[in-house]
Design a protein. Structure first.
Length: 389
């Protein structure tokens, strides 16, 4: 194989190198195949020194390095970023050697430039005066260009990887902030339910003082529910799994449906069959029903009827929440359950997204049918999970 072909082969190897060590190891092997020498080495610029870790033909003391503020042919190479050829080192006062007894009479020092800086020096020394040919010099200079290109490419890859890692971390932090914002928005959205109930009960207690005890019980229930909701959010932020416990599902649905009792001109018609004890997450399912009822009330600003039903149909429990409100535009129905999508001017689009996630986590489905000017009905189908205990 000719020297040019050998250089091209090594250049391909340098282009494929994935580490600095691989680049310099390939380079020192290339020198061996290209040039006749007494010894050769690659000095790497590090912390004000040229440190030789890659060499052939000479044993160098492990601690030996060349200070860049001192003398040396290789030091001149670093400072000038130009090739230095000394045909007779005995006539160059800058020449230094780790082993003065070695028979070295000529030296070629070629800079490896990457990113506009000298990163290393390829040093070739011959045993005779002017023993390094012009062809050898051209080959080593060409090799140095390939090494510099490989180092630049590796630096660019490392910078890109660092940038990707930083951007990935930024995205992770941003996603955490978005998630935190969504959690906060969800709480702000859903906490309105128990707060509205408390407000309604206070209003009714002033109008109907003889029922104060009943209204106070509902206020206590609303406070307890709000606490359970907040605890549920804490668990959700910890990525806790759905907590299925034996639950009186009929009671849960009824409580969620009647949470907005006392709203003027709104009739809440609840028809819930005895569903038995089911394995569900009671707190989350109550929030589902409450969200649907609250949305129904919001859809009837001039009053109307909310009808809530629940019954067993074969292996499923079917829950419906319907209203006589304004209806949903047909073009919006496909986006109805997406987060941050809402038909309400002040809505955040979180309640229905929570409903879908919760129902699906129970293995069920939720669908909506609507006719503008007539009303909307949500239908939930949950697989029956009766408590066998």
């Amino acid at each position: 194989m000719g020297k040019c072909a050998s250089l091209n082969k090594r250049a391909i190897g340098l282009a494929k190198a994935r580490s600095v060590d691989s680049i310099y190891s390939t380079a020192i092997e290339a020198i061996e195949s290209l040039v006749e020498f007494g010894w050769c080495g690659i000095g790497i610029v590090e912390g004000g020194y040229l440190r030789y870790r890659y060499y052939r033909g000479l044993t160098i003391p492990e601690s030996w390095s060349v200070p860049l503020d001192g003398r040396g042919v290789t030091v001149r190479t670093v400072k000038t970023a130009e090739t230095q050829y000394v045909p007779d080192v005995r006539r160059d006062p800058d020449y230094i050697s780790p082993n003065p007894d070695d028979a070295v009479l000529s030296e070629l020092a070629v800079p490896v430039v990457a990113g506009g800086e000298v990163r290393a020096v390829i040093n070739v020394e011959g045993g005779g005066v002017d023993s390094i040919t012009g062809e050898d010099r051209e080959l080593v200079e060409a090799l140095a260009l390939h090494v510099g290109s490989a180092l630049e490419r590796l630096s660019e890859i490392e910078a890109l990887e660092k940038s990707v890692a930083e951007k990935t971390q930024e995205l992770l932090e941003a996603s955490k902030m978005v998630a935190a914002g969504r959690v906060a928005a969800t709480v702000a959205h859903d906490i309105k339910g128990p707060l509205q109930l408390i407000k309604n009960m206070v209003y009714l207690s002033k109008r109907r003082p003889e029922r104060l005890g009943e209204f106070l019980d509902k206020i206590v229930d609303a406070v307890d529910y709000a606490n359970d909701m907040i605890e549920g959010v804490k668990q959700a932020t910890k990525e806790a799994p759905m907590v299925l416990t034996p639950t009186d599902l009929s009671k849960v649905i009824h409580e969620g449906a009647t949470v907005v009792e006392g709203v003027a001109d709104i009739v809440i018609d609840v028809n819930v069959e005895e569903l038995g004890t089911q394995l569900v997450d009671g707190v989350k399912m109550r929030r589902v029903v409450e969200n649907l009822v609250r949305n129904a009330v919001d859809a009837m600003p001039h009053g109307g009827t909310v009808k809530v039903t629940a019954q067993i149909q074969g292996d499923f429990i079917v829950v419906t929440v319907g209203d006589t409100g304004v209806g949903i535009p047909p073009e919006f129905l496909p986006r109805l359950f997406r987060a941050f999508e809402s038909t309400k001017t002040q809505g955040m689009g979180l309640g229905l997204n929570f409903c879908r996630q919760t129902v699906e986590a129970h293995g069920g489905t939720i669908e909506a049918s609507s006719e503008q000017g007539v009303g909307t009905t949500f239908t939930i189908r949950l697989p029956r999970r009766p408590d066998a205990g």
